[in-house]
Design a protein around this ligand. Sequence first.
Ligand SMILES: Cc1cc2nc3c(=O)[nH]c(=O)nc-3n(C[C@H](O)[C@H](O)[C@H](O)COP(=O)(O)OP(=O)(O)OC[C@H]3O[C@@H](n4cnc5c(N)ncnc54)[C@H](O)[C@@H]3O)c2cc1C
Length: 597
Amino acid sequence: MPEFKAPLRDIQFVMNELLEAEKLYQTLPGCEEATTDLMNAIVEEGAKFAENVLAPLNQSGDEEGCHWSEDGVTTPKGFPAAYQQYVENGWPALSAPVEAGGQGMPNLLGSIMNELAGTANWSWMMYPGLSHGAVKTIEEHGDAGQKEKYLTKLVDGTWTGTMCLTEAHCGSDLGLLRTKAEPQADGSYAVTGTKIFISAGDHDMAENIVHIVLARLPDAPEGTKGISLFIVPKFNVNDDGTLGERNAVHCASIEKKMGIKASATCVMNFDGARGYLIGPPNKGLACMFTFMNTARIGTAIQGLAHGELSYQGALAYAKERLAMRSLTGPKNPDGPADAIIVHPDVRRMLLTQKALVEGSRAFLYFLAMQGDIVDRGDEEQARAADDLMALLTPIGKAFVTETGFEAANHGVQVFGGHGYIREWGMEQIVRDARIAMLYEGTTGIQAMDLIGRKVLGSGGKLLTGFTAMIDQFCRANEGGASADFIKTLATYNDEWVGLSMKIGEKAMENPDEAGAAAVDYLMYSGYVALAYFWARMAVLAQQKIAAGEGDTAFYEAKLMTARFYFDRLLPRTQAHMQAILSGADNLMAMPEELFSL
Ligand SMILES: Cc1cc2nc3c(=O)[nH]c(=O)nc-3n(C[C@H](O)[C@H](O)[C@H](O)COP(=O)(O)OP(=O)(O)OC[C@H]3O[C@@H](n4cnc5c(N)ncnc54)[C@H](O)[C@@H]3O)c2cc1C
């Protein structure tokens, strides 16, 4: 497993220099404490915890996996102790609301901590990771009693949360779910059904687990309009907050799976378990969306995390591994061969990783900051930020996990055959990264959400909110030292709007056109969005170099990576555009029976 070193310089560059987080937080009520000094100090402490406590458990957790018995699930050696330390250090409460005992720090810091912990050990991060969404859901939709009973202990990490949506016959189409909730005389509900694939559904890291469960009330309408949301604790909670008797919810088994092996993926049986309705009846899916949006940004971070770890491993290896000579003559004349980093193809892979990872970091931190504006900005600011998040969350989730997986794969390739061998840890990164494109809505589902609900569904309003921001940036920087980046970005920005309109026109005649375009459109959108962040980084790097403020090598590297992104990765949009413009016929014309001929 590559040794994980937190990419502090880049994190601080994006947070402080590019996005000027302190400047924003000084204007948001309740965030004033988040100064650059304090944020840097928190990130540096988080980095130490991730490097020293979590990273050493990453490979051993993968080797050992989780253990099931009738008494419950046990996690790999070292996992519970690391969790205790995490709780004692106050990390779960970092960006949680002050009213619930949290520290009230910005979402951005919470996301950075997730990135650091998740890059060091994604499987471990899944356990506390799911609690954030549970907190947000109870905070927004719970009644006063539920908040009092559950929030504080979820926030301080004494308990963890889960998200119980999926059933054996339905994951994407939750309208089909069958778990029932029968009202009881005492106002609670008896929840009965089986949920599958429940991450952190059972474990030995916290004293209670608060399941957030989707189920149907008796006589509920069919489909998504008949789904309600329930809190189902593993141990019932007494009115004084102490733990009561064991609830009738148990882990029936844990899945054997491709990656994130130290994260317990549980089949959960609810056998008349006592549950409590949260939010209005039959509005459960709408309430759950609060949870899912938080989780989607969390999953986008997984793409970034695996890309980063793979890049660190590949870069170190490429500087050490000797193979053949540089095409332009020996670069290591005293050695038997040159290090493979001299070869153009190895550089192509490394720079692809670097450009995708650093671009995604800027994109996701920007998204996390929009979350802070939604939570704490004035009405107008919050609405604009909410619109941006609505558009960018599906792009962030799907594009960053797809490209994170690509980056993880390049890491294996840089290692050659050794990348395929377990001891180096590079294949684990690929296995771990693969799930991110599936859970929290597959890439296909995110793409339908983007083109259908967000772009066409808003009549283009959400898209033009973002493209107007890009346009404004381009106008402010045209003719400057980064003029060629700006010119290219402006062209793509216009093309994005035009392409969206074309899809809209075709979809009016044939709805399959939207479905046929969806994933290519999402990837196209992701590349243009990343170009905006790369152009911003390039402009800033030029300014820093011109100002002679020092650290020139860092800014030169940014500029060269921006150049690589614009020249070699951004043109991928054109293949996606051609695929979109080719229309739905080449997908839909073939009758089903011809597929097997
Ligand atoms: C390791 C792991 C952890 C998980 N953790 C959780 C968890 O904590 N809680 C939880 O509730 N669930 C969890 N899941 C479940 C996960 O969210 C689902 O597997 C996922 O949403 C996909 O659902 P599905 O497996 O039923 O696939 P399906 O919905 O059957 O989809 C199959 C394929 O069809 C495509 N598809 C379906 N409908 C459409 C459409 N309309 N248009 C285009 N394509 C479509 C999908 O994109 C996919 O490619 C987890 C899964 C795994 C493997």
